[in-house]
Write a protein that binds this ligand. Structure first.
Ligand code: GDP
Ligand code: MG
Length: 173
């Protein structure tokens, strides 16, 4: 089995769903309540210990606010072995957008790319802010071979976990 030392992973999803916050939480364990939207290309790396003899460096690309310019996307995800598509559980429109990204990635890369789907802002699930049903998305994820978890960049819930599961699947290829 090939043991790649590193892989490229892109973040995709509507603006303000928490892509940059997930990247910051994953790579630095930090969260900024009033983060400025990213200016310029954002690139973070973080090494994960997959098992006792395998570590994998994740080269994580953040969209730098270019998510509005869809024509730039192919350049951005070219060569990526993995993607994390993010939506916001309090915004059903953002799920619709996430599904469009999944469809595009599957069309471009056939079944090759490992895709994670993060339902972010899970800390807002209490109260009546939730717009997206977990079970429905879980079913959709199952049908489309996606690694699905609800995450909170704010609290840190499931952030390392979803990246780790994606990395493990990349390593197993
Ligand atoms: P991006 O445009 O997708 O990169 O989104 P950002 O990371 O810039 O986040 C957009 C806004 O959502 C910011 O005000 C963040 O503080 C907030 N945010 C991001 N992740 C979470 C989360 O897990 N929970 C909550 N409550 N807010 C979040
Ligand atoms: Mg951002």
């Amino acid at each position: 089995m090939r043991r790649p030392g590193q892989f490229k992973m892109v973040l995709l999803g509507e603006s303000a769903v928490g892509k940059s916050s997930l990247a910051l939480r994953f790579a630095k364990g930090q969260y900024q309540e009033h983060a400025e939207s990213t200016i310029g290309a954002a690139f973070l790396t973080h090494t994960l210990q997959i098992d006792s003899d395998t570590s994998l460096k994740v080269e994580l690309w953040d969209t730098a606010g270019q998510e509005r310019y869809h024509s730039l996307a192919p350049m951005y995800y070219r060569g990526a072995q993995a993607a994390l598509v993010v939506y916001d559980i309090t915004n059903s429109e953002s799920l619709r957008r996430a599904k469009m990204w999944v469809k595009e990635l599957r069309q471009v890369n056939a079944g090759d790319m490992v895709i994670g789907l993060a339902g972010n802002k899970a800390d807002l699930a209490t109260g009546n802010k939730r717009q997206v049903d977990t079970r429905e998305v879980a079913e959709y994820a199952e049908e489309n071979s996606l690694i699905f978890m609800e995450t909170s960049a704010k609290r840190g819930d499931n952030v390392t976990e979803i990246f780790m599961n994606v990395a493990k699947q990349v390593a197993a290829k």
